[in-house]
Ligand binder design. Structure first.
Ligand SMILES: C[S@@+](CC[C@H](N)C(=O)[O-])C[C@H]1O[C@@H](n2cnc3c(N)ncnc32)[C@H](O)[C@@H]1O
Ligand SMILES: Nc1nc2[nH]cc(C(=O)O)c2c(=O)[nH]1
Ligand code: SF4
Ligand SMILES: [Mg+2]
Length: 237
């Protein structure tokens, strides 16, 4: 049976982002990413700095670990990374086992790769990357993912740091007008220690002012990273 490279399993915490914001969830974070975003808040999933913490786990071992952490105290598991879309069949097994237990599955990915198991998750968050990340969007891949997903299961979330990112966000929303669209204020210093709420709220305020003035964003939702407002740059929250 093939295994999943896992860098951390934590929770329960509160989903801090996007369409499931505010919901209690466990997190399973996979190791490895095909991107290298300039401002990645989870660079330990790909930069080698935490390589010694990676464990190769079978789906059933992950389910046991989630139960050991919090059996009975969660209904959602969020699979994030890194890019969980780098992994195939073992994540299908994980989603199937969680569903058998009545647990819902949300996934975070940047939309750079398709996996057949996407079709079995409850919420697929696609987060294509704006210019400030220095990554490039393969629109044909993103088109195909959005076409292939069952209706009502995917949403788009674009992180915005500056005006150029905001223009990119508009391009994404215009291309997929029927997919729920979320704007997320960027955290420009993911190393800073201590209380970063004021800095994050300033960026959110800037972003909200743009949305309020912009008729193209009448159906968009503008959000902070709620967990970063509450827990700052703490890992495992
Ligand atoms: C760490 S990524 C992991 C999943 C996947 N690789 C992705 O990017 O969607 C999870 C989410 O955090 C967002 N994110 C990463 N760094 C951020 C930052 N500095 N400020 C705001 N959001 C950030 C990403 O855009 C993505 O939506
Ligand atoms: N609380 C909390 N919510 C999150 N939503 C997406 C996250 C991620 O890193 O993928 C994340 C995270 O790391 N923590
Ligand atoms: S795609 Fe996600 S995990 Fe990968 S570098 Fe970008 S933000 Fe980080
Ligand atoms: Mg995070």
């Amino acid at each position: 049976m093939s295994k999943i490279p896992v860098i951390e399993i934590f929770g329960p915490t509160i989903q801090g982002e996007g369409s499931v914001i505010g919901v209690k969830t466990m997190f399973v974070r996979t190791y490895g990413c095909d991107y290298r975003c300039a401002w990645c808040d989870s660079a330990f999933t790909w930069d080698g700095s935490a390589k010694d913490q990676v464990r190769m786990l079978e789906a059933s071992e992950i389910v046991s670990e989630l139960a050991a952490l919090a059996a009975g105290n969660f209904e959602w598991v969020t699979i994030s990374g890194g890019n969980p879309a780098l992994i195939g069949q073992p994540i299908q097994e994980l989603a199937d086992q969680l569903h058998q237990l009545g647990i819902k599955v949300a996934v975070e990915t940047q939309g750079s790769k398709w996996q057949d198991w996407f079709r079995s998750v409850d919420v697929l968050t696609l987060s294509p990357k704006p210019p400030s990340s220095r990554m490039h969007t393969d629109w044909s891949v993103l088109d195909r993912i959005i076409e292939q997903m069952p209706s009502g299961t995917s949403n788009l979330k674009v992180v915005v740091f500056d005006d150029e990112d905001y223009r990119y966000a508009k391009t994404v929303h215009r291309r997929y007008p029927d997919i729920p669209f979320f704007l997320q204020a960027g955290n420009s210093d993911v190393q800073e220690e201590g209380n970063i709420s004021d800095r994050l709220l300033k960026k959110l305020n800037w972003l909200m002012d743009k949305v309020i003035a912009d008729p193209d964003m009448n159906d968009a939702r503008t959000l902070p990273q709620l967990h970063a407002l509450v827990w700052h740059n703490k890992r495992g929250k």
